[in-house]
Design a binder for this molecule. Structure first.
Ligand SMILES: [Zn+2]
Length: 57
């Protein structure tokens, strides 16, 4: 009766800048976009913002 429950089921997302996999709970999300983008940290977030051309229409 010792049913194994996986406590390791963490949702992983990919950093949109360096493509590293990070837990969704730790990811930074960009706001103001039609789609959701995740980042492993503010560094990548900053880079992504700077690399990003004017918002697409
Ligand atoms: Zn990153």
């Amino acid at each position: 009766m010792n049913e194994k429950k996986s406590d390791y089921e963490i949702e992983m997302v990919e950093c949109s800048q360096c493509l590293k996999e990070i837990p969704a709970s730790e990811a930074k999300n960009a706001e103001g976009t039609d789609y959701v983008v995740h980042f492993c940290g503010l560094e990548c977030y900053d880079k992504w913002i700077k690399d990003r051309p004017e918002e697409k229409k």
